[in-house]
Ligand binder design. Structure first.
Ligand SMILES: *Cc1c(COP(=O)(O)O)cnc(C)c1O
Length: 228
């Protein structure tokens, strides 16, 4: 990206922060109740740096390997970055994911839960996790089925003793997101989970109305992406 559009990213970040604050106020929520994850996938270190320089510290990436290519360098300059993995995770990447990320949003099956548990112990790392729920029950989409979520929360939290912060969802693109956010909130509430990771560039204000505590915003900050 050029220097000009990088400068734009910092300006757009300020606009998104303002929109988050407005949505919180309109929903009658405390200012700062919802945190902003700046989703920097597909953008390189030079594009990310201006956003770091304007004070943003919480970032999301969806591919382990891509994140490994840019974040060690950025973290050397900004050591208080909090890095969130928001994309699907394969068991063979669990080691690298645990080494690099602070929070993983895509826990959705027993095999990966056990692999992450083993890696956290092996590396002496404490990560926080979100369980991804496939609220639209889309066959091709990651996430645990809504009806299986309570049992999976119990497995992860009570048996594996993972730090389960809350739930995450990505509503089907063709649906109104509100009912999906409401369903996620209901499942979290009955499981005593405080955090909700929901809402992207197109619908983060709606998500905040439904109780989001983390919104994941990419293109509204960094601009349009070529792929994924
Ligand atoms: C890419 C991505 C986002 C950000 O999407 P935008 O529409 O660019 O805001 C949020 N969540 C997940 C899981 C993503 O993969």
């Amino acid at each position: 990206m050029s220097a000009t559009s990088s400068k734009d990213a910092a300006a757009r970040l300020a606009e998104v922060h303002a929109a988050v604050a407005t949505a919180e106020r309109e929903a009658g929520r405390t200012e700062g109740a919802c945190r902003l994850i700046a989703v920097s996938k597909t953008f390189d270190a030079d594009a990310i740096r201006p956003v770091l320089e304007s004070g943003q510290r919480v970032f999301g990436e969806n591919r382990v390997q891509e994140a490994q290519g840019k974040w060690p360098e950025l973290r050397a300059a900004f050591d208080d970055v909090e890095l969130h993995l928001i994309g699907p995770l394969q068991s063979n990447k669990a080691r690298d994911a645990v080494a690099l990320f602070d929070v993983i949003h895509t826990l959705d099956r027993e095999k990966i839960a056990r692999a992450l548990k083993a890696e956290c112990e092996a590396q002496g790392r404490t990560l926080r996790f979100f369980i991804q729920v496939n609220t639209g029950e889309e066959p091709q989409k990651a996430g645990i089925a809504p009806g299986e979520t309570d049992a999976f929360v119990a497995l992860c939290r009570d048996e594996l003793k993972l730090d389960i912060a809350g739930l995450m969802c990505i509503p089907p693109v063709e649906d109104m997101p509100g009912p999906h956010f409401a369903l996620l909130q209901k499942i979290a509430a009955r499981n005593g989970l405080a955090e909700l990771s929901m809402g992207m560039s197109a619908d983060f204000e709606t998500a905040i109305r439904f109780g989001a505590t983390f919104v994941r915003v990419g293109s509204a900050i960094f601009g349009a992406r070529d792929t994924h």
